[in-house]
Design a protein around this ligand. Structure first.
Ligand code: EAX
Length: 322
């Protein structure tokens, strides 16, 4: 009898200890702690801490410390990372339906993109993510992408001819740039700065947020506001962590993702307003007045990468969102 009581008491002590033990997550992303991703990661951690009454906390693994975005997504699948804030760049390799969001000249503006991601379509795509050994917590934002390079001001598709341009590891983007006349070179983000510096590639494309967070003006002279594609961000969790959480805890993680997206979008807004001046102050020649129609016409071919497999329905639904 004594023996049993002792056993139960020990179990109770263990259970109480486990409930009180602080749990800590690691959030990986590609940019600096002060970037729009860094602010989003911090908002995630702060919200999680607050909602859990300090039971959960976290830290950032910024600047690609734990690898490129493809590596980090794989890290979630094997449980070496807990949460990742990533562009959709490599995500289509894991969840092909997400390529719908990477199509060039699809989103009209920020309002359109945010409405799609925050609505029914965004929820559907998060569910597709969940079917692929990942957990989609929510959508955040990188921004509209623009071309920078070290060779010449790009104003028309002719100016892209033969330009060695780093793209993300994304079939839709590579096809689009091939169609627009550039020579696309897929590369993980952590290798990009050095590749630009050493002239392995002439240019790259990223939103103003990333161009400034990564100080690409140190290695690129020209920026052209092509806005050729909107770059969504997925906030992803490891199923190995998430599946073990209580419903209440899962709710905290989803709320943290919402707070993260809000903080990131606020910083995107700020840089959309102030970014061009910032690039100019840092010595870039910025071409703002670009006729997008000829780029869009050529890039249309890239839609086939998605529609050949999945049809046109999703594209039409996205276009129809007002
Ligand atoms: O997610 O790889 C890229 O160009 C991304 O835009 C960057 O890592 C931020």
């Amino acid at each position: 009898m004594n023996h049993i009581i002792t056993g139960l008491a020990a179990a109770a002590v263990l259970a109480a200890g486990a409930a009180q033990a602080q749990q800590s997550i690691v959030i990986g992303h590609s940019l600096s702690p002060t970037s729009h991703y860094g602010l989003g990661a911090q908002a995630f951690i702060d919200t999680l801490e607050e909602l859990s009454g300090g039971e959960w906390t976290g830290e950032q693994a910024p600047a690609g410390q734990l690898g490129g975005e493809r590596d980090m997504i794989e890290g979630l699948q094997i449980g070496s990372l807990d949460v990742v804030i990533t562009s959709t760049g490599p995500l289509g390799n894991f969840v092909p339906e997400v390529y719908a969001l990477d199509l060039p000249f699809l989103f009209r503006d920020y309002d359109h993109a945010r409405k799609v991601l925050d609505g029914e379509i965004g929820q559907e795509l998060l569910a597709r993510i969940d079917e692929n050994n990942l957990v989609g917590l929510g959508w955040s934002e990188n921004g509209f992408r623009h071309v920078t390079n070290s060779q010449r001001p790009v104003e028309t598709p002719e100016d892209l001819q033969g330009l060695k341009l780093r793209t993300m590891e994304n079939r839709v983007h590579m096809e689009a740039f091939e169609d627009m006349g550039a020579a696309p070179t897929p590369m993980a983000f952590p290798e990009l700065f050095t590749a630009l510096q050493q002239g392995v590639v002439d240019g790259q494309e990223n939103p103003i947020t990333v161009i400034s967070a990564s100080k690409f003006w140190e290695v690129q002279d020209y920026a052209s506001l092509t806005g050729h594609v909107y770059s969504p961000v997925a906030i992803l969790a490891s199923p190995i962590l998430f599946d073990g959480l209580s419903d209440e805890e899962k709710g905290w993680f989803r709320e943290a993702a919402k707070a993260s997206a809000a903080a990131t979008r606020a910083e995107v807004n700020r840089l959309e307003d102030e970014g061009v001046a910032l690039l100019r102050e840092n010595g870039m020649e910025v071409i703002t007045d670009i006729d997008k129609a000829p780029f869009a016409e050529l890039a249309q071919e890239a839609y086939k990468v998605y529609t050949d497999e999945h049809g046109t329905e999703m594209v039409e639904r996205i276009q129809a969102v007002e």
